[in-house]
Design a protein around this ligand. Structure first.
Ligand code: ADP
Ligand code: MG
Length: 268
């Protein structure tokens, strides 16, 4: 089981304006913890800094200051430590199509991470693992799905393949950046339910990044509301939505007045 902590993360970019540059704090003093079997929702409008946090957590960007701790230890920036980190902290992106190669089968997409993680496995064993991964994300019959290419799958199925790929290295942490916002409304709930099930079955700590307060409430234990790089409000999902304190959260909550009904609509 894995815990990931963000301590006072700051990410400052420098925007070019003619000959000058202007600093922009995309992430401004953000701290939180991802624990096993818990989902934290990071909610905020476009440009509030959510994806920058994802990039910092994935070590794709370096923080200007602040620290990331994996199981209480600060993260090495190279070598075996970084390799372990990259395996342990996995990502599901917004657009499953963009992250899959149209020329390769599902099997091909999943073999690579399986082999990387288990270099000693035979061809047959790798194949069996790929099928198991597909079953874990409820893509069955697995043999049939494994032979397909991305365009032969629906958007929801593609996102399930992307989730299977993220699971291949047996991660402890899953970062899902707007994982359903490009999917048809009718299939969003199925993918979010799958993430919730996997979180429990695989002891994952999940960061669910979204601009949708209704699904954040339904699928998370804790909500962090982001506004202009800062966490302006945080608490249990019900507390944040039923008694929002910050003006921005009130606006968000008012835009989704009845989460239960929204979820009901999504379910239909
Ligand atoms: P969100 O995911 O919430 O929509 P982002 O984290 O993508 O927000 O962006 C936060 C802010 O940081 C935005 O103002 C964006 O323009 C800026 N930003 C993000 N990446 C860069 C970058 N590489 N260089 C400069 N500014 C950036
Ligand atoms: Mg984003």
């Amino acid at each position: 089981m894995t815990t990931l902590e963000a301590h006072n993360l700051i990410k400052q970019y420098h925007l070019r304006q003619g000959v000058r540059t202007r600093p922009l704090r995309a992430v401004d003093d953000v701290s939180f913890t991802l624990d096993p079997r818990r989902t934290v929702a990071l909610v905020g409008q476009s440009g509030s800094g959510k994806s920058t946090i994802a990039k910092l957590l994935l070590q794709l960007e370096r923080p200007t200051s602040g620290e990331i701790l994996l199981d209480g230890k600060s993260v090495e920036r190279r070598g075996a430590g970084l390799k372990r980190y990259r395996r342990t902290v996995q990502m599901v992106f917004q657009d499953p199509f963009a992250s899959l190669n149209p020329f390769h089968t599902v099997e091909h997409h999943l073999q690579r991470p399986v082999r990387l993680h288990h270099p000693q496995l035979t061809k047959d064993e790798v194949h069996r693992r790929v099928l198991q991964l597909l079953e874990r994300v409820r893509l069955t019959p697995a043999e049939n799905v494994a032979a397909r290419r991305p365009h032969e799958l629906s958007g929801g199925q593609r996102q399930r393949v992307a989730i299977a790929r993220a699971l291949a290295p047996e991660p402890g942490i899953l970062i899902a950046d707007e994982p359903v916002s490009m999917l048809d409304v009718s299939i969003r709930l199925g993918v979010l339910n799958l993430l919730a099930t996997l979180q429990r079955e695989e002891d994952l700590g999940v960061l669910y990044i979204t601009h949708d307060l209704a699904t954040a409430r339904h699928f998370s234990d804790e909500i962090l509301v982001m506004y202009q790089g800062r966490i302006v409000e945080r608490g249990t999902a019900d507390d944040v939505i039923l008694s929002p304190q910050h003006e921005y959260t009130k606006t968000l909550a008012a835009a989704a007045p009845n989460p239960e009904r929204r979820i009901g609509e999504l379910r239909r």
